[in-house]
Ligand binder design. Structure first.
Ligand code: ZN
Length: 71
């Protein structure tokens, strides 16, 4: 599903950095480096653990759910 726009706990906007965060981790994997999610979140300014869990726990399920039509 889509990333929530704001952190559920503190209200900080997280969705604007979500795709940059994912791209950064994928870029690190492509270069053969070990993707460090913690450092990436630090770089994007997510200091609080409530905001960090928003990014860490997010899973893109749209491609899987789209196979099941609505009734
Ligand atoms: Zn937060």
């Amino acid at each position: 599903m889509m990333c929530p726009v704001r952190c559920f706990t503190c209200g900080k906007v997280v969705a604007d950095k979500y795709y940059e965060y994912r791209e950064d981790l994928e870029r690190a994997k492509e270069l053969g480096k070990e993707a460090d999610a913690g450092k990436t979140m630090d770089r994007f300014g997510f200091d609080r653990y409530c905001c960090r869990r928003m990014l860490l726990s997010q899973e893109d399920l749209v491609d899987e759910i789209i196979h099941y039509p609505r009734f």
